[in-house]
Design a binder for this molecule. Sequence first.
Ligand code: CTP
Ligand code: MG
Length: 234
Amino acid sequence: MQEKVIAILLAAGRGSRMNSTVKKQFMELKDKPLLYYSLKAFEESSVDEVILVTDPEDMEFCQKNIIEPNAITKVTKMVQGGNERFRSVLEGLKVCGNCGYVLIHDSARPFVSKELIEEVITEVKKHRAVLPAVPTKDTVKVVNVRGEVEDTPARTSIYLAQTPQAFAMEEIMRANAKMMAKPIPGLKVTDDAMIVEHYGSCKVHVVMGDYDNIKVTTPSDVPLAMSILERRKF
Ligand code: CTP
Ligand code: MG
């Protein structure tokens, strides 16, 4: 039997670094809210369902202005997020029900390609935990609290993490439960792969991400996003 694949699409952040009046996931890019682009990519992928995590005050907007006019059919649930990203993820995981694999994606990455989604799905079925990432183009420095360079890791070993990250449902649930029961002091969880790295039972397998799969975070990312959009002709 084919196991169900669910995508959790995160859109419950405040977008504080964007400094805009409209939350960044709803900012318009070429007449469509930013969230539309990743939602469309998942709609056209082989995922069975999409769970949209967002603020209750934004659910009607999502339904009336994004889902209905664009004939999106795969959103089966909208759930309220939490204060931190990992809490929003947990709210999504709680309502996945009986499913084999879960993809977790930041709606702040509008240019996820259908190809990357399929690659991640294929690989998670083999490896149980998958992370798309791209090699850094810049040299990375480890800097201490006094502003002094401590180390320069070899560039070939430094990758920048992206989403969608994918997991066997059992694996991510077990790792999350372990984290909640006994959090490692001082460990700040900034993505989902980290939870499996520290609390899971398998290695996280890396697949090649996409340099266009940017996270729209600050105002200077907006012109970059526009140029990717123009080039891709969404
Ligand atoms: N996110 C979420 N719930 C949170 C925090 C973040 O669903 N409590 C989502 C955001 O909507 C975004 C993704 O996680 O799609 C990545 O987070 P980030 O880029 O940090 O977005 P924000 O947290 O909204 O922005 P900022 O950190 O600047 O406030
Ligand atoms: Mg954030």
